[in-house]
Design a protein. Sequence first.
Length: 257
Amino acid sequence: MTERAEAIAVRDLHKRFGALEVLKGISLTAREGEVIAIIGGSGSGKSTFLRCINMLEVPSSGSVAIHGEEIALRADGHGGLAPSDRRQVQRLRARLGMVFQSFNLWQHMTIIQNVIEAPVHVLGVPKAEAVARGEALLRRVGLFDKRDVYPAFLSGGQQQRAAIARALAIQPHAMLFDEPTSALDPELVGEVLGVIGDLAKEQRTMILVTHEMKFARNVASHIVFLAHGVIEEQGPPEQIFGDPKSELLRKFISSSH
């Protein structure tokens, strides 16, 4: 059986904020069609790691490659690194759909305008084509009837589903989810997890930072447990949740129930 290609490859990633080292040498590969769930306590570096993948945060050292193309970094003159080529970052970022915990929808735009903004103005997709694709995505996440509504008039769950449609509109090669349900009221969590679960069934490459342990166990093909900026343990869900080796992981799982 041929091994699937690397969609995202991170090697020896470090990230410092001043004297605080948040990530301490993370290496992780997501292959095409793989769903990776990243779990861990607050302050373990989960969100920072995800933001380094698409260069919302620039690593202090290490490398990130998207489909085999490494993001070029250079010394910034202040002891850190900066992207060597902003156009490369924009091009590679367009291959990654990002869904944030706080939705990040543009409040002055309707839902369909939010969804078509990047395809039209970043990727150059003709507006009629972008609208047709956007409407299909809104149908898919159950929001077609809200296409002309502004975000302020939607529930948190509806806004997050709209944010997922917006991320899918650029036809990304992989999806990154940063705690997509943490800002939601408990009764709204299920509708968002349902959409993400459907995406996982499509063999779509995904890296998901989540505190929803049951969901991670059910949808992920690989679980990564971060603690204090390092990968403390990783493996298939049945191993991580059924036979954890690390004492830190055992304590984390028991505290999550």
